[in-house]
Design a protein around this ligand. Structure first.
Ligand code: ATP
Length: 711
């Protein structure tokens, strides 16, 4: 990578576009005083992102825009472009040529461009840093500022070496790491403090929660025992209830059977009684019929007596009539069902014995009446027989009914007894139901509802000691006190927070340890790289000093100071508290740190003196020796030197030019000079002139012309 071309347009005295093409080696820019040579250096400095107005030799930023002259009006914009050959891709772009440009408008608008794309200043600085400009602070050495390299002080010199050696990025990283470490340690402290604050509360909550957990365990055991106990009780009651219900069902069936039997029996009895009433009515009927027959019989007897009287009425007959009547009645009274015929014959004989009258008519009548009488007597016999039969039947029926009623009463009594028994069973069942209700209530009270598990525990009780055990656990529970959900919640939350914070402490402690390791590693890298750089640069410096001064002696000293260390190995809350107590007794640790580099220079034949004591030329030479040492050890892509050789005498100029010629193999130099020796070393020479309009122009010239200009 090297600078191929510089284009300026509107930058300071370069009102017109000016182009300078460069070779990788040494380019010298020559020209009369005030022609605008330093403006070229300024332009390079400016396009590389320089913000310092002082270094740019202006008062305000727009001072870099062509300000106009008597003959030419001012411009509104300044633009400078650097064309880099990037075949080695040192600039972090995938192009063989990279153009970095900066523009500024009079209205203050400003822009940076990389390959015509707008970028930020940061991108430009970053690209240049990464391309191998260890630092831009000696990429352009301004006119009369070379001795600043050595005059700036030990810290600045150390800084130069650090820049050159490339440890600066490590320093940045270290600074970042230290900031992160401080932040992490701060976080760790506050988290540790938080933990220390909640720890006592957590301990107390833990104790309470543990007690509650133990109580829960007792409650669980109690519940188990109660389940077993109640399960057993329910089993017993249900078994009893089952058998009582079964007995009740059985009894109900028997009662119902007997009831229907009694109903049927009653119906039959009623029927029989009705029939009995009917047959006694019939007996009454027979009685009245007999009476009627009796009456008729008497009437007939009267009629017959009358007829008999008419048939033969003689005194004897009359006399005998009462005899006849007596005999007749005597015969009739002998009448029995089995001697009817005999009675009839006796009556006929009596009649014929007493009948003297041969009156047929009367006889006929008598015969008719006698037949009727006979019939009536017969009927009466029949009726009597029927009545007797009925009466016998009725008697039998009554006896039957009496027996039946007795049976009915027996059955009714039996039914009543059964019903009494049924009621006893019902009472028994009601008692059992009440016991079941009470048990259920007890279970609900114990469990706050019916536990689902209960059904699994319905079995015959096997442990007679259960009630005692339950009582024991109940007492234990009473002693353990209640469960406070709020305390449990607070415990859970506090424990969660404690765990979270502990995890944070762990993470943060690990992060602190990691960051410390990173710091140690960075310190090692920095130390190694710096030591190497210091040793190389200080050797070269001594060498260049001897060359440039043609003798003498110079060397670089590392300046060290004690720097306080922070002891932060253990940042737990307790450790912090202890650390507070130990504060008075323990001395803070320190370590020695390099704070700067001192240059000691002794030109030939002189005594060892400070830099300030050297002459201007000597200082410039010492500074050049340092610059050369830096470039020889860590070559920069290019360096612009604005009249760094101004104060050198001829002999020194020759030595310097020779060194420059050698260094130009690895670093591109653009040097603004009036020095002939330097011009001679240059591969390319540019002349800068200023026309009468105050506008600088660039012209490519030959060495002779350059020498003439130098004259
Ligand atoms: P020397 O050899 O004396 O150091 P030099 O060639 O380095 O001279 P410069 O310092 O580069 O000269 O140029 C200075 C000139 O540039 C001055 O004449 C000054 O007027 C001119 N100049 C500076 N800024 C502007 C500007 N903004 N507009 C116009 N001209 C400017």
């Amino acid at each position: 990578m090297y600078l191929k071309r510089l284009e300026l347009h509107g930058f300071k005295s370069f009102a017109q576009k000016a182009v300078l093409d460069f070779d990788p080696g040494l380019t010298a820019i020559v020209g009369p005083n005030g022609s605008g040579k330093s403006n070229v250096a300024d332009a390079i400095r400016w396009v590389m992102g320089e913000q310092s107005l002082k270094l740019l030799r202006g008062k305000k930023s727009e001072d870099v825009i062509f300000a106009g002259s008597d003959k030419k009006s001012k411009l509104s914009m300044a633009e400078v472009s650097l064309y880099f050959d990037n075949k080695d891709h040192k600039l972090p772009y995938d192009y063989n040529e990279v153009v970095i440009a900066r523009r500024l408008y009079r209205n203050g608008e400003s822009e940076y461009l990389i390959n015509k794309n707008r970028v930020r200043l940061l991108d430009v600085v970053d690209a240049l840093l990464r391309s191998g400009f260890g630092a831009t602070n000696y990429a352009v050495i301004g006119q009369g500022t070379i001795d600043q390299l050595v005059l700036a002080g030990p810290a600045e010199i150390k800084n130069l070496i650090e820049d050159a050696s490339g440890v600066k990025p490590y320093y940045l990283k270290k600074e970042k790491t230290i900031r992160r470490l401080a932040q992490t340690e701060e976080n760790l402290t506050s988290v540790s403090q938080l933990i220390a604050e909640i720890e006592p509360r957590l301990r107390s909550l833990k104790r309470q929660a543990k007690r509650m957990e133990e109580r829960e365990a007792v409650a669980a055991q109690l519940a188990g025992l109660q389940l077993e106990y109640f399960g057993g009780q329910i089993y017993l009651l249900e078994t009893e209830l089952d058998s009582v219900s079964e007995a009740l069902q059985l009894k109900k069936r028997v009662v119902a059977g007997l009831e229907s039997e009694i109903t049927a029996f009653q119906k039959n009895l009623e029927k029989d009684e009705q029939q009995s009433t009917k047959s006694s009515t019939f007996v009454d009927e027979l009685d009245s019929r007999l009476k009627h027959l009796e009456d008729r019989k008497l009437a007939l007897l009267e009629q017959l007596a009358e007829i008999s009287g008419k048939l033969k009425i003689d005194p004897a007959a009359t006399r005998n009539f009462s005899e006849f009547q007596r005999q007749f009645e005597a015969i009739l009274n002998q009448l029995r069902p089995d001697n009817i015929e005999e009675v009839k014959r006796s009556l006929k004989k009596l009649v014929s014995d007493f009948s003297n009258a041969k009156n047929d008519e009367l006889l006929k009548q008598k015969q008719v009446l006698t037949r009727e009488l006979e019939q009536i007597v017969k009927d009466m016999e029949e009726q009597r027989a029927a009545k007797n039969k009925l009466l016998t039947e009725e008697k039998q029926k009554k006896q039957f009914l009496t027996a039946e009623e007795k049976k009915f009463r027996t059955k009714s009594n039996e039914l009543n007894e059964l019903k009494d028994e049924q009621n006893l069973i019902l009472i028994e069942k009601a008692k059992l139901d009440t016991r079941m209700e009470n048990l259920t209530k007890e279970i609900r009270e114990a469990f706050g509802g019916m536990p689902e598990m209960l059904s699994q525990h319905k079995k015959a009780p096997g442990n007679p000691d259960l009630p005692n055990q339950i009582l024991k656990f109940k007492r234990q529970l009473e002693l353990a006190g209640g469960v406070d959900e709020q305390v449990l919640n607070e415990y859970r939350e506090t424990q969660q927070r404690f765990d979270y914070l502990s995890a944070q402490v762990k993470d943060l402690s690990a992060a602190v340890a990691d960051l410390k390791t990173v710091l140690e590693e960075l310190d090692l890298v920095i130390k190694k790289q710096f030591d190497e750089a210091f040793s190389r640069i200080s050797d070269k410096f001594a060498e260049y000093f001897r060359i440039l001064f043609n003798g003498g002696k110079a060397h670089m000293n590392l300046l060290r100071e004690d720097v306080a260390e922070v002891d932060d190995d253990n940042l737990s809350a307790e450790a912090l508290a202890e650390a507070d107590n130990d504060d008075q007794t323990e001395e803070p640790k320190t370590h020695r740190e390099i704070v700067g580099i001192e240059i000691k220079a002794t030109p030939p034949g002189k005594k060892l003196a400070t830099i300030q004591a050297l002459s201007g030329g000597e200082r410039a030479l010492t500074a050049i020796a340092l610059l050369c040492a830096l470039l020889a050890s860590y070559p920069s892509p290019f360096v612009v030197l604005d009249e760094v050789d101004a104060a050198l005498d001829e002999a020194n100029s020759i030595r310097f030019a020779s060194i420059l010629g050698t260094l130009a193999h690895q670093t591109q130099f653009i040097t603004i000079t009036h020095n002939r020796e330097t011009m001679r070393q240059a591969h390319t020479l540019y002349g800068v002139t200023m026309d009468d309009a105050g506008v600088s122009k660039i012209l490519s010239i030959k060495l002779e012309k350059a020498e003439a200009i130098a004259e």
